[in-house]
Design a protein around this ligand. Structure first.
Ligand code: C5P
Length: 234
């Protein structure tokens, strides 16, 4: 596998071409941003944690029949993935009230949500990733209606697989954001699943073990990421 030119640089990852046109290398950085990149910083070794945690979770999902872009982990910070056209929708699944849901609807943080709730956000930095409805998806032609249905089905299936996985490790999966892509016409899970893109609360103390520690300046950020790595991959 030969690493080629950088194709794209995002806030937390870089994507490189390879000698195979349908495969790319996803490189995980330590750079952290929040609030639409208004807050910036570094979380030491975050890239390594997110790469290894994503590898474990993509493996778990694949073996349960969820198609993902993951092929193999190449190094501490790199994974080989299938090349996709990203569907420009950030899909958020919520099991417990937190974050923007609490703020937008005036709900109390920590209330259970049963059954789990799905939200779509338009992946557009200039607009600040606004919350959108299915009708907006159709208006903006972000995805075909049958693709939207498949995204919802897979998102709920992923949630059903991840909730018990984290519960067994003493963690509450509060919510998470996923992204899908199209690869040879097939919808597959892409991007990452990591403490950057999930809210995890320790089951006993309800302490945040994720990027909220950076967003809210709670301290012990690196320690929390390492603890997630230990519980997920240890
Ligand atoms: O901020 P909000 O409550 O909407 O976030 C819901 C979930 O989606 C959280 O787990 C958060 O980490 C994740 N998220 C993300 N990237 C964004 C927005 C939210 O990973 N751009």
């Amino acid at each position: 596998m030969i690493k080629g030119a950088m194709l794209y640089e995002g806030k937390a990852k870089k994507i490189f071409a390879t000698d195979q046109p349908d495969r790319v290398i996803q490189y995980f950085k330590d750079d952290a941003t929040a609030f639409n990149a208004q807050k910036r910083g570094t979380i030491i070794e975050k890239g390594v944690v997110n790469n290894k945690v994503s590898e474990r979770l993509f493996g778990l999902l694949e073996s349960a029949g969820v198609p993902t872009h993951f092929i193999e982990r190449l190094s501490d910070r790199e994974m080989l993935t299938k090349r996709v056209m990203i569907v420009p929708i950030e899909v958020v699944v919520r099991n417990v009230v937190a974050g923007s849901l609490a703020k937008r609807l005036g709900l109390k943080e920590g209330e259970a949500i049963q059954p789990a709730l799905i939200e779509f956000y338009y992946k557009n930095d200039a607009l600040g990733d606004p919350l959108i409805t299915d009708d907006h998806v159709r208006l903006l032609k972000l995805a075909e209606p049958k693709v939207v249905e498949e995204i919802k089905r897979l998102a709920l299936k992923i949630n059903e697989l991840l909730v018990p996985f984290f519960r067994e490790r003493g963690m509450v999966l509060v919510d998470f954001k996923i992204e899908f892509g199209l690869h040879n016409g097939q919808l597959i899970l892409a991007d990452e699943i990591s403490p950057d893109t999930c809210r995890f609360w320790d089951q006993k103390t309800w302490e945040s073990m994720d990027k909220d520690r950076f967003r809210k300046d709670l301290g012990k950020i690196e320690e929390a990421y390492q603890e997630v790595l230990r519980r997920v991959c240890g």
